[in-house]
Design a protein around this ligand. Sequence first.
Ligand code: AMP
Length: 592
Amino acid sequence: MTNDIMLKFSDVANVFSEIESRSGRLEMTDILAELFKRADKSEISRLVYLIQGILAPPYEGIDLGLGEQFAIRAIAASAGYSREQVEANYKKSGDLGLTAEELLKKKRQQALSSTEMDVIYVHTAFVKMAKTGGTGSQELKIKYLTELLNNSEPLGGRFIVRFVTGQLRLGVGDPTILDALSVSRTGDKSLREELERAYSVCADMGHVATVFFENPDKIRKFSVQPFKPLMPALAERLSTPEEIIEKIPICSVEMKFDGFRLQVHKKGNNVELYSRKLEKMTPMFPEIVSAVTELACDSIIFEGEALAYEETGTGKLKKKKYLSFQETIQRKRKHGISDAAKAFPLNLFAFDILYLDGKDLTTEPYEKRRKILEKIFPSGKNLKLSERKIVKSGNALEKLFRTSMDSGLEGIMAKDPNSPYAAGKRKFAWIKLKKSYGKAVDTIDVVIVGYYLGKGARAEFEFGGLLAAVQNTKSGKLETVAKIGSGFSEDEMRQFKEMLEKIQTKSPPKDLEFNDAQKPDYWVVPKYVAEVAFDEITKSPTHTCGMKANIGGETKGHALRFPRLLALREDKSVKEITTSEEVESLYYKQHR
Ligand code: AMP
């Protein structure tokens, strides 16, 4: 390996360290572009994954997530210190990566031989660690990590330890990586849009980078493929039927089901189901898989919402009651998969088609996709077509909204017949009108960025509430919007503590704007999405959501009044949370 060494990991670590000390996106883009220029096409995918803090795209399910205790043992073994000494240093530094670096610098036992590691070597070692399972696997993982640290420069140790504990957090977002890829090959951002489209239709930045490095022209013809899931299109929110008609004067309206979104891929007899976070869900829904196998086509990619239902009554009184998202996923947990499939069968309501028999349909207008979908889906046992109506007035839309409410559903989705499929984008191609329309209570999706220790009666749970943030799409930063102290049962407090403890960090997420007044007892890696109800949106001097200087120089953000936790949305990714702009527009609407 030393002779034909390619991109050295120690050089990558130097670049990571430089990126960490910068905050401007332009600077970061240039530094990354320089690094990409030095990478070969055989290693670019691994380099890109390492920057993203992952080992592979989400649907491959290769996660490392090594607990800090294990990393501490590997640092101790590699640097020749006791575990207690490592822990004491960590207490001071607050960052296990820095602890590894410092102790490796002072290394007591020099390794007998050290190997010069390149990017492929380190990535391969991480994958090997991630795939090690079964009895004794933790000990093996510690051994592999110790070997990596033995071979690494101290600075490399900083990033290796952060990576394996899921705390790399370079602060480089996907948009910056896409910019840098374009700059590395063309000297400017001219291919950024094509790269972004390619990424949105395969959700695999490593694959996009490899194709691009093989031949930049290929990126222009990048097309959808079965078993490479697309990033799901997202819906905008408007508050009244009239506003929707103003945006889409002739719109196609469907019921909004509160189920489990699935992206279905089939080629021949192979079927895979992906969640909205693009994780493989195939084993969870056997009844859907067998129904899809029967479809009259060779290959297809379509999307739908899966809902469990319960049948009550018999004969003429037979009725179907659809279960909510929470109940739908619980049916699996409570009853086991095959029992649940019998007791609470599922219907998948197909609402879009993205690919059929070799043809990428994502650039076709929705109306055309819909016609194709209708041909493929004569409603069968577990597969149904999501019904739709074309409407041209606020009144007609309102009527459909009432029908949805009467059936116990979540609201309606209005779709623009002329719009292509906006993979990974929140556009006005889809607009939701939720059940909160006309009511005081509304909900938004937030990401948890920290938690507070409990006081008084809650002290025993060591959990007193959450700090929640939304995303500012202009700056790319997370901004705090609420401190959520209610909506938790005792059992939930225990569960939250256990869950968050595993991802707690001493420093705030790098891309978070916050005010010290909201500082939680512990920060956490922003990964869990929660649905929160509230009474009203107010101006806040301390929450940073949409914070701007008002006339007179007073700086105010927005906050939720009486926020209550409704549900943890494990099916949603951080990319899908509510935006600061949405919160701001909700604020203005409530005062209208
Ligand atoms: P929300 O999660 O509130 O942002 O709403 C968007 C989600 O509604 C989508 O991601 C789908 O999971 C879900 N949904 C329910 N019914 C439909 C439908 N008919 N068309 C598209 N999405 C739907």
